[in-house]
Structure formats: C-alpha cells, structure tokens
Design a protein around this ligand. Structure first.
Ligand SMILES: [Zn+2]
Length: 210
C-alpha cells in the first residue's frame, strides 16, 4: 500500500456533488476576495471550467489555463505574473531579456525588438475573459546598438499600447504608430483620432469580469 500523508497540505479539500456551487462562499471563508483559477487546456476547454466560473461568480479574478505536467519554471513564472497583476486590465511582460537602460538612438538601425498583444475571448467571441497581455522582446543576435534597441522598444511599446487600447488593426501609413512595423516614435494625429472615434463608438467587445 502506498503511504499517503497530507499533513503539510496548505489548503482545504472539499468534494461532493454540487460542491462547486459553494466556491464563492469558500473563498469568503478563507478571507479571500477573488480567486485565480489554475488549470490545464483540457479543463479550460470543457464544462468544468464553466461550472467553476459560475460557482465563483464575481469572486473570479482570472483563469490561468496553461498548467502543464512537470511544472516547467516558465509556466510558474507566467502564472505568478498573472497572480500578482490581480485586477490589472493589461499585463506587460518582457519575454526574455530586459532592454538596456540607455538614451534612445533614433537613427535607423536593424530590426532589434518585437512585441505582441493578445486578447482572450470567451466562447461567444465578444467578451474578454481576462487581462490583455503585452509581450515585448529584444531580438537575440541583432547587430543594433543599445540605443537603437531602446528606440525600437519605445516605438513597439507605444504600438502595443495602441492595440491594448482597442486599435486592433494596423494602419497602412508609415507616419502612424499603428503601422505594422512602426518607424515613428509618437502617435500621429490619425492614431489619436482613431482612438477618439473608438471611444465614442458603441463597444462590440465586453470587458473582462472584474
Ligand atoms: Zn501590431
């Protein structure tokens, strides 16, 4: 027989039919305000997560659906970022290295950084399920100088911020920061007009639950 010892288990285990409906009350009992749900992709795509979300109601902080076997450290770090970000609307993360802290050099140089903004939608496709994620990357092996990397990071950060504000499409004009590969380092008047128009239009996407 395999010995089992839960003596150091840090939490409480509750199970039984319908127990998932008591999740919000259990969060209260623990003195918590909102819970971050950790699960793998199978659970995230199935009925169970729907029930857990319903059971938590407004006690749901966010879902981290990236749990994999063997607990890879990168996964733990991403989960921690999400946990610490609490009720943040946008989470910004360096993918690997942090750019050098030097004044930007705006002379044109080789491509040296990248960024991506991701939105997670529910099954309707019209409501966000969690915070917007912005990942910024210094391209490894780029011959650009430290100042050129810094200038690239400024352009890309503003561009990704534009995406997280809701400018989902790229501009066709290179004088706009929302041009696919931005070369300017400031929002143009057209970028600002686009945001103004967006924020005076009826929303078609619902924000994530808070
Ligand atoms: Zn973009």
């Amino acid at each position: 027989m395999i010995p089992v010892d839960f003596g150091d288990w840090p939490g409480r285990i509750v199970f039984g039919a319908g127990t998932v409906g008591r999740l919000a009350a259990l969060v209260d009992r623990l003195g918590g305000r909102r819970a971050l749900v950790l699960c793998g992709s199978t659970v995230a795509g199935g009925e169970m997560l729907v029930k857990v979300k319903a059971g938590l109601g407004d006690k749901l902080a966010a879902v981290f659906p990236e749990v994999r076997s063997h607990t890879p450290i990168e996964m733990v770090e991403r989960g921690l970022v999400q946990f610490r970000a609490g009720g943040a609307d946008v989470i910004v993360q360096w993918t690997d290295s942090v750019p050098p802290d030097v004044p930007p050099d705006t002379t044109s140089g080789p491509n040296s950084c990248g960024g991506v903004t991701t939105f997670e939608y529910d099954s309707t496709g019209f409501a966000l399920t969690g915070p917007v994620h912005v990942s910024l990357t210094v391209l490894a092996g780029s011959p650009a100088s430290a100042g050129q990397v810094q200038a690239c990071m400024r352009r890309v950060s503003i561009h990704e911020l534009g995406h997280s504000l809701g400018l989902l499409r790229h501009s066709l004009f290179d004088e706009d920061i929302m041009f696919g590969s931005p070369i300017v380092d400031y929002p143009s008047r057209f970028d600002r007009r686009s945001v103004e128009l967006l924020y005076h239009s009826a929303p078609t996407v619902q924000p994530a639950p808070q």
